[in-house]
Design a protein around this ligand. Structure first.
Ligand SMILES: [Zn+2]
Length: 415
């Protein structure tokens, strides 16, 4: 374990001095509503953060997303020639819209505060900012290449994703390492870091059958009907694909009968059918989560194979829509975590272990995982994310900021 150097000790001391100021800045940003569907509010948070990064010598721009009905991304960049090129990822939006009753920062006690997005992830944004401030004060940002992307729509990304995530992916292509500041988590005597996240893909199964009087079902020329075909396919998914590590697939909604309508965006629809008529149509919508692109491809192929074995006089097809790619648990990601773990222990905190990827959903770092090594979950900890009881454990803000500052420091000095 590498002990802290003099400069590193100076960075830590600076952070300790700034810890109340960091909480005050957190309060200021939490008190601005920035629900994903409130682009003007997202922009107001960006406007508060912008001069902070400019003061540290970053070139800052807001990437407009009004065409997608989303708030802007804040992109802050600086270029140099030294060390590894870093991408630091946060998000400006929260799940709490303007009509939510949950709108403000409230300090509950010495170590706890409550507020919308306080932990997911305005706390993470503040950890990024204050880590960079401390590095700046120590003269340690000189000649480094760092890009900060605070997206405006992480909780409900604008579609299509290849537009709403273009700036983030471009930033990754110019970087070697991505650090994500989503909420941290802990076990009994250690913290967790995220080296892998599962992908998220949606699918839709559309099934056709031959309408006839029910007394004719199974006969030549009538066959089994759309609902039996849908049931056959789902049963085969369940029997043949289930059980592989980190693979899940879930049918979330099903409709069948003679006539149906289905609104995929709303996840709702209507069906009409009669007990004495063989079903003519069925639709099922679901998701798949995988640990790698390879697992996703293989699963899709097997699903297509199952779909194609039609019952008599039925048809079926399955269509896939990619959401988030997988962040696979690569050796490079594990190496980053080991470095972070060593910093944590050098600072006198416990070990940091890899989080079980089965327990964590996709996030913005997933989009850049195909291009760079990555580590996520570097933000402060709390509880109740996405509920009106969202809190932050305030001491973890300084802990997260200290660890991040030293990780950034060491990575930007490596070749
Ligand atoms: Zn988040």
């Amino acid at each position: 374990m590498q002990p802290l150097s003099t400069v590193e000790q100076q960075i830590v001391a600076q952070l300790d001095e700034q810890s109340e100021a960091a909480i005050a800045m957190l309060e200021r940003t939490v008190n601005i509503n920035s629900g994903t569907m409130n682009p003007a509010g997202v922009r107001r948070v960006a406007d508060v953060m912008r001069p902070e990064f400019e003061a540290l010598g970053f070139r800052v721009r807001l990437a407009d997303q009004s065409e997608l009905d989303r708030g802007p991304h804040l992109i802050a960049e600086r270029e140099g020639t030294q060390g590894r090129r870093l991408l630091l990822i946060g998000h400006l939006d929260t799940v709490f819209e303007e009509d939510s009753p949950f709108q403000s920062f409230e300090r509950l006690d010495e170590r706890t505060a409550r507020g919308p997005g306080i932990n997911d992830m305005k706390g993470g944004n503040i950890a990024i900012l204050y880590a960079l401030r401390a590095l700046h004060a120590a003269g340690a940002l000189e000649n480094t290449t760092i890009t900060v992307v605070l997206t405006g729509d992480e909780e409900n990304p604008g579609r299509p994703l290849d537009i709403s995530r273009r700036d983030l992916i471009e930033a990754a292509r110019r970087s070697d390492v991505a650090l994500g500041f989503e909420t941290g988590s802990s076990g009994t005597d250690h913290d967790f870091g995220v080296v892998a996240r599962r992908s998220s893909t949606s699918w839709r199964l559309t099934v056709g059958g031959t309408a006839a009087h029910s007394s004719g079902i199974f006969r030549e020329g009538v066959g089994s009907g759309a609902i039996y075909e849908a049931a056959r396919i789902l049963t085969a998914f369940h029997e043949e694909l289930r059980g592989e590590e980190y693979l899940t697939f879930n049918p979330g909604v099903i409709l069948g009968g003679t006539e149906l309508s289905f609104d995929a965006a709303e996840g709702r629809g209507t069906a009409f059918g009669k007990t004495n008529v063989v079903a003519e149509r069925a639709v099922v919508a679901g998701d798949i989560r995988t640990i790698s692109d390879e697992q996703l491809e293989r699963t899709r192929d097997r699903m297509r194979g199952i779909v194609a074995r039609h019952l008599p006089h039925t048809s079926a097809e399955i269509a896939f829509t990619d959401g988030y790619p997988a962040m696979a648990p690569t050796e490079e990601n594990h190496a980053l975590l080991r470095q972070y773990d060593a910093i944590s222990r050098a600072l006198g905190y416990g070990a940091v272990l890899p989080f079980d990827p089965g327990g964590r959903g996709a996030a913005d770092i997933s989009f850049v995982a195909p291009y760079v090594a990555g580590l996520d979950g570097l933000g402060p900890q709390g509880s109740g994310a996405h509920t009106v009881r969202e809190t932050i454990d305030l001491p973890t803000l300084n802990r997260a900021t200290r660890r991040a500052a030293l990780l950034i420091y060491r990575l930007t000095r490596e070749s």
